[in-house]
Write a protein that binds this ligand. Sequence first.
Ligand SMILES: [Fe+2]
Length: 408
Amino acid sequence: MTTQWVKPPEGSWTEHYPELGTGPISFRDSISPEFYALERDAVFTRAWLNLCRVEELPEVGSYLTKDIEVTNSSLILVHGEDGRIRAFHNQCRHRGAKVADGSGREPELVCARSGWRYALDGTLRHVPNQDSYFDFDTADYGLVPVHCDVWAGFVFVNLDAQPRQTLREFLGPMVTGLDDYPFGTLTERYDWVAHNNSNWKIFADAFQEYYHVPSLHTQQVPAEVRNPAAGFTCGHFQLDGPHRLVSTAGTRRWLLAPEYMYPIERATQSGLVGPWRTPDIGDLPAGLNPGGIEPWGISNFQIFPNLEILIYGGWYLLYRYWPTSHNTHRFEAYTYFHPARTVRERIEHEVAAVVLKEFALQDAGMLGGTQAALEYDVVDEFPVNDQEILVRHLHKVTLDWVQEYQNR
Ligand SMILES: [Fe+2]
């Protein structure tokens, strides 16, 4: 069996983007409390951040709250009577209590402490004993809104007072090339959360390159990939503004080799590459495989700063990396499938979700040691190879955003 690796467009992938340079890079941005404070203001307060999908707010009155530690925010997202999803700071205008916690469905939002009642569009509707206030007008005390917009069913917020770009402008043509992917039909979801002892970028990096796969995931990859002499490389890398994409070729054919699988994968015909058969979900958008790889395997969209959408054709993974300090983060992982039509399909989905979780936890298991070693601060120049172009890009873009913010 021979493999046709796709070659870079000219020179190398990295040299195709001259602004990246080719020198060693520093990971000081991942060990510095001072840099973390700058990231909070320069990146997480100014970028569009994905908090959930529209399926989590299905009906008029559906709401959910999200805490964003890095920006010191608690937000509430609400499905309004006009069908729009809005975001507000989760704070009652009467002495500041949280208006809600968790998720649910209500005709209006009622603060448990004050009894103040807010309409689904955030306007203050009712105040107990309103006559006892002084010069009081409910019009002055609605919930504080946050910029909120939806792309392809992904609900984003922007905490900047005046976002510099619309959500669509921010996402740019490479990401919006997924406009026609049927995210809305893949609604069977499995999720889990990990609290990891590393800077958020260190974990994002683990899914930005496949260079480490033959070494770290020895049990999960076939011989063709595992053999260092095989020269396993990815098929296509692409950058667009602050966002990144990597596609791999032909994985499904290799991964159906039996020698590395768990027995449960063979028994259920599902696992690391998902269900071996998925229903026809129609023509996939060209933007899913912009490198034109044949046979195409997966495409991994890294949407700046902290969202990753990894599409395997008829199902997808979603990761979010939420910083909680300069050396910790909360990792949210989701697996999305079509709603199971049979018991067999349900089992296929559950097996895939569990095997994928193990795969991700193999990467997570490296984080504490990596972070600690970086903090020993012995070495500050690390060579980054052409297959790690996305690692180079994430750290450069983050630094660019911080420097641009400092220069203003
Ligand atoms: Fe990995």
